[in-house]
Design a binder for this molecule. Sequence first.
Ligand SMILES: O=C(O)CCC(=O)C(=O)O
Length: 263
Amino acid sequence: MILDSAQCAQFKQDGYLILRQMVSSKSCADMLAQSQAQLQAQLQATPDIGPVEYETDLAYPGAPASFEAAGGHTVRRLRQAYARADCWRDWATDPALASVLQQLLDEPVILSLAHHNCVMTKHPNYGTATGWHRDIRYWSFARNDLISVWLALGEEHAANGGLRVLPGSQRWAIAPEQLDALDFLRPDVAQNQPLFQQGVALDLAAGDVVLFHSGLFHAAGQNTSTQVKHSLVFAYRGASNPPRAGSKSAMAGEVKLNPKLSS
Ligand SMILES: O=C(O)CCC(=O)C(=O)O
């Protein structure tokens, strides 16, 4: 798979690119079944089958107040996806994906196991909305120039907590007072209101892939459907953009990708 010049220009301009139906329905169904099975095993919880993040851990507005509260064990993320299922690992290192990322980063590509590396499981009950943020906020690399790869394993839209993006926001200069203590765009600041109006909701089908720049502001709502939404998400850097020594970004290992050779 090779991006055309319009797609490359679009990524540069908007900070994101959607590749419709990049993953086959069979592969998606396998990846979704894996996620559903691991979630089910986690709910039955003896012993833990892998690391997870709970809504309670994240404590976004509306999250259960404690593990004892109703919904206290709602899983937000199945972590360390790379290590916990062959099909997820195969996708994370897919040579066609590597080729696309190499085109956008213009250099060899490395998968970071420190960030994302998870299935996001947004639940109808107790699944919280995420405010406008940039993925780079907690990451520590030489440059703010990574790409998050979001694979929809089912339909995603505004009603089930689908992604929204602020196109071009990877190039915006944002003043510290526009952000809260966790680096979310503050909803109460007048200067942010025209920014929020530029939000675009992404409608995705299973197999659609969103590539987005680590500086792109994005957000997502609550899941008002009856089904858990599953999205597999990994983060990639270019070879010349290493994690800062001693940072969390440098602690979890990396995988060098092999792009598909064009014939
Ligand atoms: O699904 C969501 O609520 C958005 C998650 C997200 O953007 C993130 O964790 O970086």
